[in-house]
Unconditional design. Structure first.
Length: 188
């Protein structure tokens, strides 16, 4: 249970979210799907090193809340074993000219339970988060030009989620950059 000791004090607010981390097999399959999409769809592709499943988006949080969030992740992770998941179909949010293209997962009771438990603990500790229904997916592209596009087949791979992370999002001109502040491992 390593503590986040990086100097963050001078930034009073940080844009945070909690992510489920994907194993290498899942990331490779998602990267292959993303590469196949590049020939069919224009948009801003997400770098494979940024692939994750958002369990809870917290938004702007105070730097002094990071240690409490780390403790919450550690406690939650200890209540769950690694979760087997299976990639599923492609989907999209938003408009045809500036949508978000993503790949989903087959229904997983354990992954949904993890998201629900994490969100419950956040509420109990007084943290607010985006309360949209949990739809497990990995964003592959933003500002996707979907109108009239034919999507290539996605790669359907099985893999595991063995850890969750507290992530900081640095918004930039070209793309968001994610920084892992803390990682908590699910039980074996």
């Amino acid at each position: 249970m390593a503590r986040h000791r990086k100097a963050i004090g001078k930034w009073s607010l940080m844009r945070l979210f909690i992510a489920a981390n994907l194993d290498q097999r899942l990331c490779e399959a998602l990267a292959e799907t993303s590469a196949n999409l590049r020939s069919a769809i224009r948009g801003r592709y997400v770098s494979p090193d940024s692939f994750h499943v958002t369990l809870a988006f917290l938004g702007e949080c105070r730097a002094e809340d990071v240690n409490r969030l780390e403790d919450l992740l550690d406690a939650t992770a200890q209540d769950f074993c690694a979760i087997s998941v299976q990639l599923a179909a492609l989907g999209s949010f938003g408009r045809e000219h500036a949508g978000v293209l993503w790949q989903g997962f087959e229904p997983s009771r354990e992954l949904s339970k993890l998201a629900h438990e994490l969100r419950s603990r956040l509420s109990e500790e007084g943290f607010s988060y985006d309360e949209k229904s949990f739809l497990p997916h990995v964003t592959l592209m933003r500002k996707a030009q979907l109108k009239g596009s034919v999507l290539p087949a996605a790669c359907y791979e099985a893999g595991n989620i063995a850890s969750i992370s507290l992530m900081r999002s640095h918004l930039g001109e070209a793309r968001a950059v994610y920084e892992t502040l803390h990682r908590a491992y699910l039980r074996d």
